[in-house]
Structures are given as structure tokens and as C-alpha cells.
Design a protein around this ligand. Structure first.
Ligand SMILES: NC(=O)c1ccc[n+]([C@@H]2O[C@H](COP(=O)([O-])OP(=O)(O)OC[C@H]3O[C@@H](n4cnc5c(N)ncnc54)[C@H](O)[C@@H]3O)[C@@H](O)[C@H]2O)c1
Length: 356
């Protein structure tokens, strides 16, 4: 692809996330065209094409037909999790680069097959872990990389919702999604934490899932079958002795819910991300706490504060394709997140510590 070429993008799965994240952030980009939309729901594919497509865009119900179009450079996949591996592999085999939604897939085996397909075809693949691009998480990564925290030996990582699940039917079925809030929201928190720590050497995990509140989700008429947890926690042991405590929920009687929060505890300082950043340590024998706001972090990292984290990820992804670079979210890292989550679910089912 020449430096001035337009990047032609196709979307598979034209639901909530495709519209609110992918299309929203791709459309304003210069030299990017949304040329193809595929959804098994024909009306949805047609409507999304009409609203957001380029003048000659096409709508499809069968992704195989869409992948035959040689002029498409990149495919964004935003279907439920069970299809992530199948669609990503087919797209790469058809010569397209892929941004696939998180989690990478439902099992480590599927992730490995996706990675193999990328290596075999030479096509890039990245996963939709956009929270890494949030200002405070970028700043946390920067602090750890600069050595400000000292050796990081503990992390708290959570993404708690206390108001209920997504309300879309397939999210409640383990065979379609791989699990509930742990794989849905916990995957974001875990991805951000492993990346901020720059430590992917997981030794073992102990997980526990809770199911008592899910009956309440049947407030939605279309949700008849629920086979996933309402919340879950895990204790993750790293090879170097560090530990991560991970939590995720759709429903939990906990006041402090919200977007992913990551705390890294180092031997020199601790740092917590809750939008702003709170750093703490001890100086002259006295504990101190300092809050760093958005403006200071944006300036330090040379970020445009008006850009959302999703916008930053999609812009970076387009630049990587144009300039043949590796995306910030690599498939190897995303595969580790899936592997840990798979082990957490195995541990929750068996009641045993699972070695990776
Ligand atoms: N990165 C994030 O923060 C974030 C946020 C929300 C959802 N997601 C992820 O995005 C994915 C989709 O979630 P959603 O909330 O948009 O779900 P959704 O149900 O709103 O949309 C999924 C769409 O995929 C379509 N679809 C199903 N099978 C298909 C097939 N074979 N071919 C083409 N289209 C097909 C459905 O008809 C539906 O329109 C999930 O993997 C989810 O984990 C990520």
C-alpha cells in the first residue's frame, strides 16, 4: 500500500460496538473509507451502510462474499466472541488486516490459531483493548517504564459494573461468549494491568465466580437462558513473585463501580488510575499522596486531551497499516489475557489453583 492510498475498511457485525466505537472513530479519519458492512441481520447491515457507508459501499449478510472483494484492505470484527477466531482467520486468509474486538477469542487454542494465521499470511491483527489508550493508563505505563515505581510486586485490577449486564441476549450464554463479566469487562482490566506492569509471565491463577444475582437479568423479556457469572474474582501469581488481584462484575452491591481501574504497587511508589492518577509514597519518614490531573498527564505525554481512548486506538491502528508498524495491542499480549481468563474459569469450576 502506498503512503497516500486510501484505506478501505469493511465491518463484520454491525451492532452496538461497531456503531459506537469502530464506525464512530473510523468515519472522521482522512483517507479511510467505510466500504462494506456485513451482518446476519440484513436490515441492520443495509441501515448501517446507508447511514455511515461511503457512496459506493455494499451491504452483505454472508462474510465470505464480503471477503471476496479484493479492494478491501482491513476488516473490523464486532460480532459476539464465538465468531472472533473464525472470522479473523478467514479475513487474514483473504489478504485483509484485522482489528478484532476483545476478547481475542474464547480459548487459548483459538487465539493460537489466529496468531498462526497472521504469521502465515503476513496480515496484521490487533484486538480492541482500547482502554490502554486512556490518558491515566498511558501515564501509569510511562511511570512504570521510567522506573518511578520501583519493582512492581502487586496490582489491583478491576472493572465493576453494579447496574446489570449488557442486555443483549448472546452475552448471557457461555457457549457464545466464553463467560460473563470476567471475560467481558475483566479482560479490559487484565489487559491494561499486564501491559502497565510489562509482565506477561503468569505462573498460576485461582478464580471464583458468583451467580446469585443473574436471575435479575431476566427483567429483559428476550433473556431466557443465563449460563454466565454475575461477578468474579481471581488471584494471579506471576513467575517473579508479583501478584494481581482481578475483579469484574455486571451486578455487585458495591458503590465504587465504573470503568477499569488499575493500581500498581511498587517498592518505591504506588500509583492508582481512576481517570485521574493518585501516586503515593513515603518521604522523610512521612507518607505522601499526590493527585495528577488530566491536563498534566496529557501535557507530559503530548496527548490531545480531546481524543477518546477508542479514537486513539483506531488512529494508531490505521497508522500502523499505512506505515507497516506493529500495533500497540499485539496478538501475543491479547492471547495471554485470554489464556489467563480461561484458567480463571477452569479454576472457578474445579476449585483448584491452575498452573499456566
Ligand atoms: N472494546 C469494547 O469496549 C467493547 C464494548 C462492547 C462490545 N465489545 C465487543 O464487541 C463484540 C460485539 O458486541 P456488541 O455489543 O456490538 O454486540 P451486538 O449484539 O450489539 O452486535 C453484534 C452484531 O453481530 C451480528 N452478527 C452475529 N453473527 C454474525 C455473523 N455470522 N456475521 C455477521 N454479523 C453477525 C449480530 O447480528 C449483531 O448485529 C463482542 O465481542 C464484545 O465483547 C467490545
Amino acid at each position: 500500500m502506498g503512503a497516500l492510498d486510501t484505506i478501505r475498511v469493511g465491518i463484520i457485525g454491525c451492532g452496538t460496538n461497531a456503531i459506537n466505537k469502530h464506525i464512530k472513530n473510523l468515519r472522521p479519519l482522512k483517507d479511510v473509507e467505510l466500504v462494506a458492512f456485513c451482518d446476519v441481520n440484513k436490515q441492520q447491515a443495509e441501515e448501517v451502510k446507508r447511514l455511515y457507508g461511503s457512496s459506493n459501499a455494499k451491504a452483505y449478510t454472508d462474510y465470505r462474499k464480503m471477503l471476496e472483494d479484493q479492494s478491501i484492505d482491513v476488516i473490523h470484527i464486532a460480532t459476539h466472541n464465538r465468531l472472533h477466531a473464525e472470522l479473523s482467520i478467514a479475513a487474514m486468509e483473504a489478504g485483509k488486516h484485522v482489528m478484532c474486538e476483545k476478547p481475542m477469542a474464547m480459548s487459548t487454542l483459538e487465539c493460537r490459531q489466529m496468531l498462526d494465521a497472521s504469521e502465515r499470511t503476513g496480515q496484521k491483527i490487533t484486538i480492541g483493548y482500547q482502554y490502554r489508550f486512556r490518558t491515566d493508563l498511558l501515564y501509569l505505563h510511562h511511570l512504570r517504564r521510567e522506573g518511578a515505581l520501583g519493582r512492581v510486586y502487586m496490582a489491583h485490577s478491576h472493572f465493576y459494573s453494579n447496574s446489570g449486564g449488557p442486555g443483549r441476549g448472546l452475552f448471557y450464554r457461555k457457549e457464545e461468549q466464553g463467560g460473563g463479566p470476567l471475560i467481558d469487562l475483566g479482560s479490559h482490566a487484565l489487559d491494561a494491568t499486564l501491559w502497565a506492569m510489562n509482565n506477561y509471565n503468569v505462573k498460576s491463577v485461582f478464580g471464583k465466580t458468583n451467580h446469585g444475582l443473574m436471575e435479575k437479568e431476566k427483567r429483559y423479556d428476550h433473556i431466557k437462558e443465563i449460563s454466565v457469572e454475575d461477578s468474579g474474582v481471581a488471584f494471579i501469581n506471576m513467575e517473579d513473585g508479583a501478584t494481581i488481584i482481578l475483579g469484574a462484575s455486571w451486578r455487585l452491591h458495591l458503590a465504587q463501580a465504573g470503568a477499569p481501574a488499575v493500581t500498581l504497587v511498587g517498592e518505591d511508589q504506588g500509583a492508582s488510575c481512576y481517570g485521574n492518577m493518585i501516586i503515593n509514597g513515603v518521604g522523610n519518614g512521612e507518607p505522601w499522596v499526590k493527585e495528577i490531573g488530566q491536563e498534566e498527564m496529557s501535557q507530559a505525554l503530548n496527548l490531545d486531551p480531546s481524543e477518546s481512548h477508542a479514537c486513539r486506538q483506531i488512529k494508531q491502528w490505521m497508522t500502523c497499516i499505512r506505515e507497516d508498524k506493529a500495533p500497540l495491542v499485539t496478538p501475543e499480549q491479547a492471547m495471554k489475557v485470554s489464556q489467563v481468563l480461561e484458567a480463571i474459569y477452569q479454576s472457578a469450576e474445579s476449585g483448584k489453583l491452575i498452573e499456566l
